[in-house]
Design a protein around this ligand. Structure first.
Ligand SMILES: Nc1ncnc2c1ncn2[C@@H]1O[C@H](COP(=O)(O)OP(=O)(O)OP(=O)(O)O)[C@@H](O)[C@H]1O
Ligand SMILES: [Mg+2]
Length: 325
């Protein structure tokens, strides 16, 4: 076959397995060497190796071909990061992140979850991945698969349990970078559970990894709201758009009498969002189920109970926002 010979590229392409054919962009044949440009976007490194091996195997011994060259192109996947933050600790960022990841995947998206709380990781417990060590290849980590099918990476999977981490800011930021730049394959939404506060790790995360948007969690209480407002200012400064605000621990439903009380007040986050001109994404009740199921590694967003529905409603609003960008 000679360069530009009509049909030669197509003839070679026809020898490839169908799933590989659809990824081949061009085939050029010159002096017995076939050069194939293959789109490998969304494939992890093992799948890429398999694709290349399949091409070599299929074209080995093809008439007139003495050499096969495979060039892979992968436009960086259009992966978007959603950061879940709050100024204050313990308001439910990790709980919301885990359940948002599950709910988004129930809505058909390919979702990954990064626990950016380097010093106090909680996602291994919440996602049922405690004690599983991530593997690595080509100096990239492979996310740990949770029993619910979501890829998760957390420092909690890399350190020994109960060992405190005493890293300085740059090391913590470096570690976070490795979690975010891991081999996320065809994941299209990465939910990042931020640590509380507005320190180094948060700043680096925002500046370096440019989330598409941020979800702010607060309880309805005044003090938590003041901190949430601070977190919003941080996102504004870093020019990360705010998707909206979630009110967590709103309305306690008594498991005995069914009566509703409001330990942290009610509606504060919605009022605060309105005052700041931000969207209100929804309200998660304070329930025993959320605490118990979370501790057992079964995020309630997996189910269709009232808690699951509340998380699904928030995920729908987040998706609508993302899809309108
Ligand atoms: N809606 C809820 N109902 C009942 N318990 C909840 C609810 N939201 C969170 N919790 C519980 O509150 C505790 C703190 O939640 P979580 O760890 O998600 O907060 P956080 O903001 O990530 O905390 P930190 O700032 O320490 O990272 C957990 O024990 C969690 O199970
Ligand atoms: Mg947390």
């Amino acid at each position: 076959m000679s360069e530009g010979e009509a049909g030669s590229g197509e003839t070679l392409k026809a020898l490839l397995p169908a799933q590989v054919q659809s990824r081949v962009q061009t085939v050029l044949v010159k002096n017995g060497a076939a050069t194939l440009v293959v789109d490998v976007a969304g494939l992890d490194s093992i799948e890429r190796e398999r694709t290349e091996a399949a091409i070599r195997e299929a074209l080995q011994g093809a008439p007139g071909i003495s050499e096969v060259r495979v060039a892979m192109t992968a436009d960086k996947p259009a992966r978007r990061i959603i950061a879940v933050g709050s100024g204050k600790g313990g308001v439910g960022k990790s709980t919301l992140s885990a359940n948002l990841a599950i709910a988004l995947s129930r809505l058909g998206r390919k979702v990954g979850l990064v626990d950016a709380d380097i010093y106090g990781p909680s996602q291994p417990r919440l996602m049922g991945t405690e004690g599983i060590r991530p593997t690595a290849h080509d100096s990239k980590m492979n996310p740990v698969r949770s029993p619910h099918g979501i890829g998760v990476l957390s420092m909690g999977n890399l350190i020994e349990p109960d060992k405190a981490i005493a890293w300085r800011g740059p090391m913590a930021s470096g570690a976070l970078g490795q979690l975010i730049d891991a081999d996320w394959g065809d994941t299209d939404i990465l939910v990042v559970d931020l640590p509380p506060g507005t320190g180094d790790v948060q700043l680096t995360m925002l500046q370096k990894h440019r989330p598409a948007g941020a979800v702010i969690v607060s309880t309805p209480q005044d003090l938590a709201l003041i901190d949430a407002t601070r977190a919003m200012q941080l996102f504004n400064q870093a020019e990360v758009p705010i998707i909206g605000m979630v009110e967590n621990m709103a309305g306690y439903v008594c498991p005995h009498c069914g009566g509703v009380s409001d330990p942290f007040g009610s509606g504060g986050a919605e009022d605060c969002a309105a005052k700041l001109g931000e969207a209100f994404l929804g309200r998660i009740p304070l329930t025993m189920t959320i605490r118990q199921e979370s501790d057992a590694g079964r995020p309630p967003a997996l189910g269709d109970g009232p808690e699951g529905q509340a998380f699904m409603a928030i995920a729908r609003r987040v998706l609508t926002w993302l899809d309108n960008q």
